[in-house]
Design a protein around this ligand. Sequence first.
Ligand code: GRF
Length: 216
Amino acid sequence: MAKLKVGVLISGRGSNMAALIEAATAADYPAEVAVVVSNVADTPGLKTAQDAGVATAAISHKGFPDRESFDRAVSAELEKRGVGLVALAGFMRIQSPWFPAHWKDRIINIHPSLLPAFPGLRVQQQAIDAGSRISGCTVHFVTADLDAGPIIAQAAVPVLPGDDADTLAARILRQEHRLYPMVVRWFAEGRISLSGAKVAVAGVPKGATLLFSPDP
Ligand code: GRF
């Protein structure tokens, strides 16, 4: 069967992108990274993708008069590559409402907190400052509201005494690298369905949660 073509949008390091590319090297993985698009031309993630033989495009948002025209250019690049799922992975641009509407139910994001707690930026520090005992990451559908779309799956990690934003971020990131490829697999297998704000994943035993609590 033809593999689902995934377009990954990045702005920086690209470690989640790399995890998706790596997962897709398995013969039985039902998706492939068809293109990586960055709004920052010299970002390390683009080089990682190129070294892995994945097509890339750098489209600077600076060359466009407004958000929507940039979004339309990114979209055209994705469509040129036959993308069926857009995966945001550290993409640091706020998008115009046009983009998630155009890719409705075909665009996901990974965020390093247990949403709906701590949307936005510097979220590991926010979790520490709030005295949270638990944090983690969330994969969710993207809507026009920032970090607020329907939740697909989460992985939890403890916030340990003595943690700073960097140690917590590293613990969360290890789970991001497991969770994102897993969710993309489910999407490609057609197992994810959306009913209003709720997501169901077929094949997950009844009563089981889509929260993963790995050992610290
Ligand atoms: C990750 O923590 C992700 O959850 C957030 O941005 C960071 C991107 O890291 N959206 P990387 O570029 O994937 O390494």
